[in-house]
Design a protein around this ligand. Structure first.
Ligand code: ADP
Length: 189
């Protein structure tokens, strides 16, 4: 059995940055579905070919494809000590897919990253100047926010009802935010 920690929050909230730090400190695997999809794109796999145009517009890749990719990834040996999910689940069907495998991979905690929208747009546009990500454009960001509010934000309630949510103020110093998450995890573990 390996426990899943979910990092949930809008695009640009800093989930990836914190996930890398927390994963290395606690020995968890870090799984970013966005990174996995970008790898498929650069390797020109059949999934990558489907994902590219969807992602550039800021839309979501289909639940079916992402769920299959994620569940396969969880079977890797490096997931045995626990996993941080960064960017998954993003929709209710994706959250339900985790319910189906909860005996093997129970969700233990959900960290919700809170940042206001103006700050997020600035962060992503700035990131776009250096990341080379073809979806860090104004049009795509707008779509990603709308989808976040419509499809992903309801998951906060879904996990709130399971009493798994911890809110994180994700504005401010990267190390301070990291300390807050690490402290909370230390209490839990
Ligand atoms: P951001 O958090 O800035 O949106 P990500 O790297 O998490 O960046 O995601 C980039 C894009 O990858 C998304 O806009 C979406 O098209 C696709 N993607 C990532 N994770 C998922 C997922 N769980 N379900 C569907 N699409 C996804």
């Amino acid at each position: 059995m390996s426990e899943l920690l979910i990092f949930l929050g809008p695009p640009g909230a800093g989930k990836g940055t914190q996930a890398i730090k927390i994963a290395s400190k606690f020995g968890f695997a870090h799984i970013s579905t966005g990174d996995m999809l970008r790898e498929h794109i650069s390797n020109e796999t059949s999934l990558g070919k489907v994902a590219k145009s969807v992602m550039d517009k800021g839309n979501l890749v289909s639940d079916e494809l992402v769920i299959e990719m994620l569940v396969e990834r969880l079977r890797n040996d490096d997931c045995k000590n626990g996993v941080i999910l960064d960017g998954f689940p993003r929709t209710l069907p994706q959250a339900e897919s985790l319910e189906n495998i909860k005996n093997e991979f129970p969700v233990s905690k959900v960290f919700v990253f809170e940042v206001d929208e103006d700050e997020l747009v600035q962060r992503i546009l700035l990131r776009g100047q250096t990341s080379g990500r073809t979806d860090d454009t104004e049009g795509s960001i707008k779509v990603r926010f709308e989808i976040y509010m419509q499809d992903t934000e309801p998951l906060i309630n879904f996990y709130h009802r399971q009493e798994k949510v911890t809110k994180i103020n994700a504005v401010g110093d990267v190390d301070e935010i990291y300390q807050n998450i690490a402290e909370d995890l230390n209490k839990y573990l």
